[in-house]
Structure formats: C-alpha cells, structure tokens
Write a protein that binds this ligand. Sequence first.
Ligand SMILES: [Zn+2]
Length: 283
Amino acid sequence: MSMFVWPEPVTDFVASVNASEGPGEGWYFVFRGADILQHFDEQGHWVPLSFAEASQFHAGTDKIHYMGTMAGIHCYTLEVPSETTGEFGNLRSLFGKTDAMMFSLAGRAVQIVDWYRSHRFCGRCGKPATEHRADRAMVCEDCNIHSYPRLSPSIIVLIHRGNQVLLARNHRFPEGMFSTLAGFVEPGESIEQTLIREVEEEVGVRVTNLEYHGSQPWPFPNSLMLGFHAEYESGEIVLQEEEIADARWFDCDNLPMIPGKVAISRWLIDAYLTRIGVPVAND
Ligand SMILES: [Zn+2]
C-alpha cells in the first residue's frame, strides 16, 4: 500500500527528422510491418539494437528513419522486409519487459513506421508521395498535400462522487476488468465538450467540475489520451450497449480488477484514491 505520484514525463528526447550525418552509432528500433523485433539484454529487458547489431539485419532494401536523440543518443527506426526472419511482436508485447522511457521511444518508433507505411501515396490523387526534407511529412507535389503522422486526441475520465467511482467495462475487456471511460474527440469539439458528450453517451450521467490531470500517448495505433477527473452531477446509469458491457459505482475501498500501472486509467484511479485517503495497491 502506498501513495500515488503521477509519473514524470520523459523529457530528455529531442525529436528531429534529419540526423547531422548518415546512420551511425545509436539505438535502432527494428520493425517488420507493424511488429517490433523482440530483442532482450542479459537481464531479460527489452532493448533496441546497436548500430552493429542493426547492420547485421540489413537486407539492403530496408528503410531507416531518424527519430531524434534520447539524452544525446541517436534513435532510428529500421523497417525490414516482410520475409525477414526473427521474433517480432506487437508493441503491447513490451509491456512489463522494458522501462517507461524505452516504451515511450518504442511508441514513437511504431508511429513513425506506421505513418510512412500509410502515406506512401497521395490520399487525394493516388500518386506516389515523397518525404519532406525538414518535416515529418509525406508530400504530394501535385496536390500540395502534406500528410503528417496521425494523432487522435481522446479523453479519459474518472467519474467520482465522494467515496465512490464510476467504472465501466467494454466488450473487449478481460473478464472482470473495469476501467475509466474514454472516447475520441470529434471534429469541431473542445476537449471539455468531448468529455461531457462521451460520458452521457456511454453511461447516461452528467458530470461537472472537470479537472485535468495529465496525458499519455497511447500508440495503439495513435491515440493521445487526455486524463481528467470529473464530479458526478446527475442521472442514473444507462448503458450504451453496443460499446459498454457493464458500468457501476464502486466503493473506493472495494474496487474490482482494474488496469495495471502502465496505463493512465490506473493513474487517474490511484490519484483519486490518494486524494480521498484510500491506500493504493502496489500492483
Ligand atoms: Zn495528390
């Protein structure tokens, strides 16, 4: 049992599109399609490849993108052909096998690889697009369209009333798991409008006193989660049944199974428990 402190953001990363020189020493995040190479150090932690290790992987047709520097270390994505052998897995497979800094870099890397794979051709005219020299953009010269990596802002919210919180489960959750509510921002909405609309749509209640706590990139595939607490105002729970399998008020000292400590949903829950003086579980 312990107090909760909101995780520190990773701040040592300097993003850049162009390295000062060609690929050299650094960290290489190797992808086959959307999957990342499973590569572990002697302690069993997932780590990127060194330049020498990545060179052995080189098939000559690979695509390298420069990501920037992490505390001065150059970081690259390396995309290898689909026939490349080796053990690859999706980004989720790194949960619990690496630290927050490395996971955040792997999350950046997967989104750069996804951006490049998804914008090889102009979405309007279908002609091949080219990489912009200075920006992370694929460009159609004819249409003057710049395609940047797609980011999808979304809200995630813990609804509270005194010693209770409202948690829900959607149909895809593991049996017994409940979490906070979440939803994507629609064109033209403010974040606050999104939050109020999503809560009403999904569980039928009205909330007030929105408090922003922090954010988490969630690269599955490209969400940016903006985390809030919101106070219950009125209404009974009415489920949006296509999306929500169950939603209930839970006493804070008797919560169901909730997400692990890697997720902002858990940080929001633990922050509220700490605020009202309920001890936080360690796992
Ligand atoms: Zn075009």
